[in-house]
Design a protein around this ligand. Structure first.
Ligand code: PMP
Length: 369
């Protein structure tokens, strides 16, 4: 880390932020690395989205439509939502950051569960607020613990459902109980980055609660099932008072022309979304079965990744397994940053990648037996 400047200092708390470290993308020595460290879609976007992106090349001199009207209309049509209550951002990361900036500052608390997505604490600190972590039960957000952690200073409560990196899901009834039980000044942010992968009966990504209540906002992303992580595109749907606030604090052109065009085409391609959800579920469950048979249990996964426990044979075995996979060109995610040192997070790749992971873990376990 660079030493702080003697006179020019950022606001208090900024230098306490440990910068977010993304998934690695290369493996030194391996001929061809397969990236399973950032929960991307291995098949990429809908061909229609790629086509729409290419068509933008002729118009790069002009600013985008600041209201992203065509994209909001496409999202509204695909998801059955009122476009006027949608705001788009440069990834859902930007929406998370804008929510913290708008609703939380010095003296305020931003609540999340113990193994919640790291950007909640980072964005809270960047806004000068204090992140607060509530305990989980069996690596799943615990509504009673979240409610017990609320104080008069709680301004935002982030719940990723399903959560990254644990992959676990909180039931609809429990999410509703959380929204109902929050103190009046707290806004619940339901981060549904992995919503399209969920098959659990009764699951609602957050739109129904955001319709029914004035203290719930849902965030979504184009980086996962839509395969557009490179373009940085996400959105929020919520009550008009929250959408109005987000529209005041966002940059006037925070979503680029190619992102608007490709996003609108991607979300309209429901066949691609359905095919990717089915492919992911099949290989996720297959891989979880193979890992379990190898003595590596996973949490109950609802997204496009597995959280796999290697730690039972000692704290060194997750790093060792990571190194073993890396020498075979398989890049997965270490979990120390999430307080899950014995675990590795493995994104669901294509069939060949899943088979390579399963075979490599078998070989690792056999070598350690
Ligand atoms: N929320 C969750 C739970 C995530 O896992 C991610 C991506 N890792 C994001 C938000 C941010 O996604 P993006 O900024 O690419 O939309």
């Amino acid at each position: 880390m660079t030493a702080p400047h003697p006179a020019i200092a950022p606001r208090p708390g900024i230098l306490d932020i440990a910068p977010y470290v993304g998934g690695e993308s290369g493996a030194p020595g391996a001929n061809r690395a397969i990236k399973l460290s950032a929960n991307e879609n291995p098949r990429g976007p809908s061909p229609a989205a790629v086509e729409a992106y290419r068509a933008c090349a002729a118009g790069l001199a002009l600013y985008p439509d600041g209201g992203a009207e065509s994209l909001r209309a496409a999202i509204g049509a695909a998801e059955g939502l009122d476009p006027a209550r949608i705001v788009c951002g440069a990834g859902s990361d930007e929406i998370i950051s804008l929510l913290c900036q708008a609703y939380a500052g010095p003296g305020d608390e931003v609540l999340h569960s113990r193994h919640g997505f790291l950007m909640y604490a980072i964005s809270a600190k960047a806004a000068g607020a204090t992140p607060v972590a509530a305990p989980e039960t069996e690596l799943t957000a615990d509504v009673d613990a979240l409610l017990a952690a609320c104080t008069p200073r709680t301004r935002l409560v982030f719940l990723a459902n399903p959560n990254n990196p644990t992959g676990t899901l909180v039931s609809q009834a429990e999410v509703a109980r959380l929204a109902e039980g929050l103190p009046p000044q707290a806004l619940l942010v339901l981060d549904a980055a992995y919503a399209e992968y969920v098959a659990a009966p009764g699951y609602d990504a957050g739109a129904a609660l955001a319709d029914a209540r004035d203290n719930v906002v849902m965030t979504r992303t184009f980086s996962k099932i839509h395969g557009l992580a490179a373009l940085r595109l996400g959105w929020a749907y919520g009550p008009t008072h929250v959408i109005d606030v987000l529209n005041r604090v966002r940059g006037p052109f925070n979503v680029s022309v190619p992102a608007i065009a490709a996003g609108a085409a991607a979300i309209a391609d429901r066949e691609h979304v359905a095919a990717e959800a089915a492919r992911n579920a099949a290989w996720r469950d297959w891989l979880a079965g193979r890992l379990a048979a190898a003595g590596v249990p996973c949490t109950r996964a609802h997204g496009n990744f597995l959280l796999a426990r290697f730690g039972e044979t000692g704290p060194a075995s997750a790093p060792e397994a990571d190194g073993w996979l890396k020498t075979r060109g398989l890049i997965v995610r270490r979990m120390e940053g999430y307080g899950l040192a014995g675990w590795l997070r493995i994104s669901i790749g294509e069939e060949a990648a899943c088979r390579m992971v399963a075979d490599a873990v078998d070989a690792f376990r056999a070598a350690r037996a």
